[in-house]
Ligand binder design. Structure first.
Ligand code: DAH
Length: 340
């Protein structure tokens, strides 16, 4: 009876091992047969009832069943382990011969790139580069530019006042004043930098943007000189003849004053948010320096004359790169900025 049980155990367990598809299943079969409470253990409890010679005989059979099962289990287990190892070796590998990923190279902001280019151009034309402070005195920003406190032009440049009476400069023009007082004529200078206005922000207006001021004071400077330099500037930036128009423009610090507009390069004149649907973008206000302005910086207008211009650097970057929303320039989105 017990021998039949043992044979059945051998057969069934070997079949269980053979059909196991994972190490876990194999282990389950092993525990069921050979575990402490497994079938084999139960069968051996019954040995106590046997006669000695029966016990010896069946003991041999029991040992042989046990050995068979253990050795088959060992083989199957090794088989699973080898398959598992082979799978890992096939999948978990790195190619140490691949080139390293390398350092990510950054890039300059489009406005910085443009600014550097214009600085190079004007340096080659004999202009000094000045950087004035972003926090200015009222005198530099307004009064010395012929904009006294009562002047309506102050309303056009609403700004942020500090509690000490200074302000965030509304334009780069105060650097003209610093330049004239520092350098004395004859002088040529440009002044790029950040300016601030109390503006409603939209696709073409920001409270913080960039301008680039230019000024030349010498003997007998005329509008012809002004137009000459403006043409050099625009053709060097756009690498082609940009379509421009000059119209009279009013600025208290120049006389006569002009607006140099550029044909909108975003929409090619069809009308878009950047050109306010007009097809033209105000890019370069300019003019001949007002005698009052020269006088307020101790320069004799009988002896000296000059031109000045205030390039909208942010606008220019938008035109050049076809950016249709000013907010992207300062949005800090690297996906946008790394395109340039
Ligand atoms: N400062 C003026 C502004 O921000 C721009 C400007 C106009 C600058 C005429 C100039 C100039 O130098 O001659 O609106």
């Amino acid at each position: 009876m017990l021998d039949a049980k043992l044979e059945e155990l051998r057969r069934a367990t070997l079949a269980g091992f053979a059909s196991a598809v994972s190490l876990e299943q194999l282990e389950e079969s092993r525990v069921a047969a050979l575990g402490r409470k497994g079938t084999l253990a139960q069968i051996s409890k019954e040995f106590g009832k046997l006669r000695p010679e029966e016990r010896a005989q069946l003991g041999k059979l029991l040992n042989s069943v046990k050995q068979d099962l253990e050795s088959d289990y060992g083989d199957k287990k090794r088989g699973f382990e080898q398959a598992e190892l082979a799978h890992r070796l096939a999948n978990e590998w790195i190619d140490v011969t691949l080139p390293a990923r390398g350092v990510r190279v950054g890039s300059l902001h489009p406005i910085t790139q443009l600014q550097s280019e214009i600085e190079d151009l004007f340096t080659s034309l004999g202009f000094a580069i000045l950087y004035g402070p972003e926090v200015e005195t009222e005198e530099h920003n307004f009064d010395a530019l012929n904009i006294p406190a009562t002047h309506p032009a102050r309303d056009m440049q609403d700004t942020f006042w500090l509690s000490d009476g200074n302000l965030l400069r509304t334009h780069t023009s105060p650097v003209q004043v610093r330049g004239m007082r520092e350098l004395k004529p004859p002088l040529r200078m440009i002044a790029p930098g950040r300016v601030f206005r109390n503006e409603e922000v939209d696709a073409s207006h920001e409270h913080t943007f960039y301008q680039l001021e230019g000024m030349m004071v010498d003997r007998e400077v005329s509008i012809a000189n002004l137009i000459y330099f403006m043409k050099i500037l625009l053709s060097s930036i756009f690498k082609r003849d940009a379509i421009v128009r000059l119209r009279p423009g009013y600025f208290p610090f120049v006389e006569p004053g002009f607006e140099l507009d550029i044909h909108c390069l975003i929409c090619d004149g069809a009308g878009c948010p950047v050109c306010k649907q007009s097809g033209w973008v105000e890019l370069l206000p300019c003019g001949l320096v007002h005698p009052n302005v020269l006088r307020m910086s101790d320069i004799d207008p009988e002896e000296w004359s000059g031109f000045a211009f205030g390039l909208g650097l942010t606008r220019l970057a938008m035109m050049r790169y076809g950016i249709d929303d000013i907010r992207q320039l300062q949005g800090g989105d690297l996906r946008f900025l790394t395109q340039f």
